[in-house]
Design a protein around this ligand. Structure first.
Ligand code: PLP
Length: 465
């Protein structure tokens, strides 16, 4: 337990007891202190002692309309008494309407949807579709990309370190992490245009020399969030599309972290003039329920139908309760122009966070789009050396200031529900400012920053995060 947080919140005996029982009986990723939450309302969370926090991760990046949105609460209540679950050999009106509404927000012919339970599963469906539709062999993913923890999704994930270790043959070999990312902030070439040219050339060569050259798909997040909030240029993204075309590969975009609206566009990829062949969604589109999925064209759906285990079903996809909630959420997102709201508030958040950069040397960079921003915490702005211990220290101080944040390695995410107001952004940034000031006055060498599970920075590789 962190002493100053203990003082800041004076956790009750009940709270401490729950923390201890969680440590004893539940396996999972836990930040310290293990604050136990029992309620959410709008952009706020409340712990079991009634302490109030801003939820700067929107749950697990899912709650675009915040906690306990009244219209979603009504939908949940209505569906709970009406229809929660059904056989996946049958369907329901809400699943059909949700598929139609999602398709209506997508460009091109992306109007067929295979529902899934998790983002990992949605990405596995995408890979199956690509393998089935092309008869290709390799799925080329991007270095620093993340597509989930199920094993095929893990195989195209390139977080490195602990989560890759010891999986052996459970990690499928039919893939390569062969796209060189547009990570300008730590690229060997300082000029972004130059790095675009080099990284695209390297990508093409890696595909030529490390794959079977029978490439089923190039697969990437349009903005790679866990890998460091990497926002590629229009030029780079067009180059990736050209490489996909050259190798006759499909283009898969993983939008789990981005859609809907988070980046100030309905779909993150809409900032680029590139349309994928397959796109996956999860988190934000799910409204916090287990409803994710994969959208593609009828042509690809038909070409892969009956192959590679497609269409995907399982036990829970397209359950009526989760579909009804996701449908209601998307209707509200469109009705209330939540995309425009995210763009407007995102500009304000960006300006205020950039203001913090002037005050705190440890903020190397602020990256992102819309209401998804990331602070890159460094020990030295000149050399840009990553400082995951300081990021973890800031996260803890932020907790004491009433901000629930995700810090993974040296990357601190600012990802509030999209209903956040300007006054709340002001309050959040003020608290963050105080948290960073406090963190900077403390020592980081005793901070254990391994508490965020398999994504956490490894002491050995601290410099390279
Ligand atoms: C970009 C991206 N894709 C896929 C996933 C996996 O989603 P899930 O945890 O629902 O399987 C994640 C999870 O963080 C993600 O960030």
């Amino acid at each position: 337990m962190n002493d100053h947080l203990e003082t800041a919140f004076s956790f009750s005996n009940r709270h401490k007891d729950l923390m201890a029982r969680d440590a004893e009986h539940v396996l999972g990723w836990r930040y310290e202190p293990r604050v136990i939450f029992e309620r959410g309302e709008g952009v706020k969370l409340f712990d079991v002692d009634g302490n109030e926090y801003y939820d700067l991760s929107s749950g697990m990046m899912c709650l675009v309309l915040g906690h306990a949105h009244p219209e979603l609460v009504d939908t949940i209540k209505d569906m709970a008494g009406r229809f929660v679950h059904q056989s996946s050999w049958y369907t329901n009106p809400w699943a059909i309407e949700l598929a139609e509404l999602i398709a209506s927000t997508l460009p091109g012919d992306l109007d067929v949807i295979n529902f899934a339970v998790t983002g990992s599963e949605a990405n596995e469906i995408a890979m199956r579709m690509a393998l089935g539709a092309t008869d290709g062999f390799d799925i080329c993913s991007v270095v620093r990309g993340l597509h989930g923890g199920s094993l095929a999704a893990e195989a195209v994930t390139s977080v490195g370190g602990a989560r890759k270790r010891g999986l052996g043959p459970l990690s499928i070999p039919a893939r390569s992490n062969s796209i060189v990312p547009a990570f300008y902030y730590r690229a060997p070439a300082q000029d972004p245009d130059e790095w675009d040219r080099i990284s695209l050339q390297m990508t093409d060569e890696l595909i030529e020399f490390t794959t079977s050259q029978e490439v089923a798909a190039l697969m990437l997040e349009p903005i790679a969030v866990p890998g460091g909030m990497i926002v590629p240029s229009e030029n780079w993204m067009r180059g990736i599309k050209e490489i996909a075309d050259k190798w006759e590969a499909l283009l898969i975009f993983d939008e789990c972290q981005l859609a809907p609206s988070r980046t100030g566009n309905m779909w993150g990829f809409q900032r680029y003039d590139v349309t994928p062949d397959i796109v996956t969604f999860g988190k934000g589109m799910s409204a916090g329920f287990a409803i994710c999925g994969t959208a593609t064209t009828r042509e690809i759906a038909e070409a892969s139908d009956g192959k590679k285990g497609l269409p995907w079903a399982g036990t829970y996809p397209q359950d009526p309760l989760s579909c009804a909630v996701a449908l209601k959420q998307l209707e509200i997102v469109l009705r209330d122009d939540i995309t425009g709201q995210a763009a407007r508030m995102g500009d304000i958040l960006e300006a205020k966070l950039s203001g913090l950069t002037d005050r705190h040397e440890c903020i190397g960079d602020v990256r992102g789009a819309g209401l998804y921003r990331m602070l890159d915490i460094v020990s030295d702005r000149e050399t840009r050396v990553a400082d995951p211990a300081m990021a973890e220290l800031i996260r803890r101080e932020a907790m004491a200031e009433g901000l629930v944040m995700i810090a993974v390695k040296n990357y601190m995410r600012v990802c509030p529900p999209l209903i956040i107001t300007e006054a709340q952004i002001d309050d959040v940034v003020g608290r963050l400012d105080r948290a960073i000031t406090k963190a900077m006055s403390k020592r980081t060498d005793e901070i254990d920053f391994s508490s965020s599970g398999s994504l956490a920075a490894n002491e050995k590789f601290r410099q390279s995060a």
